[in-house]
Ligand binder design. Sequence first.
Ligand SMILES: [Zn+2]
Length: 170
Amino acid sequence: MSWRDNRTHWEGWARSVDPAIRLVDKESSPLMRAYARLPWLGDEFLTRTASVIGARIYLTRGGDAEHDIAHEGRHVRQKRWCSLGLSPWLGWPVFAVLCVFVLPAGLTARFWFEMDAEAFALKQKVRTGSSVAWARYSLVEFAELLCGGDYVWAWWPRRWAKKIAGLWKF
Ligand SMILES: [Zn+2]
């Protein structure tokens, strides 16, 4: 079942993550369709991964809406923090700078933004019945992914990343 069949429910829940969030059907978004023409993206970009721009979350039809709204929604929340609570759109430039900002040790702040977003999504899963052990295992797997080529700006030593993930509080 696609999130669009239960749109009111998901929109209500997304607003509880951050009131500025708007949900958009990724496949029918002209902007996302234009992005998908980039040679390194393609159709998979439209059908397999959710995206977020400012406070707009672009959801795929076949994706896990609960996870995707929580993860991308948390990024919207993080952008709001970057504006000291005013608006995710205002905080977005600060957030973007922090994402690529390289800390003295050569580590990026994006690592924390991503870990916080994924842990937030996994906590939601625990609330709806998944086990804490599963959530912790999933976060360790995510940390591993974060240190690979899919997240070029989140480079952290894999061993540290997995250790931090294993210690995360659920
Ligand atoms: Zn993310």
